[in-house]
Design a binder for this molecule. Sequence first.
Ligand code: ZN
Length: 332
Amino acid sequence: MLDLLQKVCDAYGPSGYEARVRDVIRAEVEGVVDEVRTDRLGNLLAIRRPRGSGGAASQKVLWAAHMDEIAVMVASIDDYGFARVAPVGFVNPNTLPGARVVFENGVEGTFGVEGAALPREALTLPSMFLDVGATSRADCPLKVGDLGVFRHSVVRAHGETRVLGHNFDDRAGVAVLIQALRELGDSPHTVLAAFTVQEEFSLLGAAAAAFGLEPDFAIAIDVTPAGDTPKIKPRDACLGAGPAITLKDVAVIGHPQVKQALIAAAERAGVAFQLQVSFIGTTDAMAIQTSRTGVPVGTLSLPARHIHTPTQMVDLNDLRGAVEVLKALVSS
Ligand SMILES: [Zn+2]
């Protein structure tokens, strides 16, 4: 699982420019499913048709994980070669000083703050500049519109299962989806796996994917802020305690039947899981649930610490548990 996670995390894929990561994912799922295609918005769709017997109650199940990552877009370059940027997705300015950013052409840089010293107050993007070491506008290797993403390496932290990386949101979900497709046994159901675009910006990649695929129900697989760090209450979605079935976030109330199906799947699989009520954020499930005449949705969440910063942490046991839940969900 760590090898797969490293592979998908290393691929460049800011919202709207997901071609590179899409190619990496396509190579992983081709030959594993019955059909792989890209829709006009850029979503990668991997379809696994029913196998084995017992197809009477066959359903079309959508699994969605977004392949885009948060980014900054170059908005202007000044006379001295410093770039000003706009956020693509939620980028917290306070996490940027010292962060390493890489562009599609391989150029790397970091952020500085106007004035000589790092101020004590909260930072804002307009008071910051991206420094790639250029000396003038003409000399700067960036253009307006170029997109930079956080770039570090995925490494083990503590023990065998805690890992650090820069874009587990939502490459951890992408890795879970790929692994679940690889390990899928017989199933009476059609599995529609969507690796979606632009979740961090608008959620609208998932909207287009769901419209095209017409699922009977859908599960979004995404990270959720872990609630087991200092001074967080309630203490939920703890790292390493299993995937979380999110009952509600700020925009989605999980459909009761999907919730029951997820709980039953976790129990069938014998996987530890957590029930979570999330006070922040939402996922592709928000866009999917209003597709056409409505789609019952649920959210399978991977606890992650420090999301929307350049260095995030997940526990591989939670990813493994999520793979087992997805497999069990469609096994009967
Ligand atoms: Zn996400």
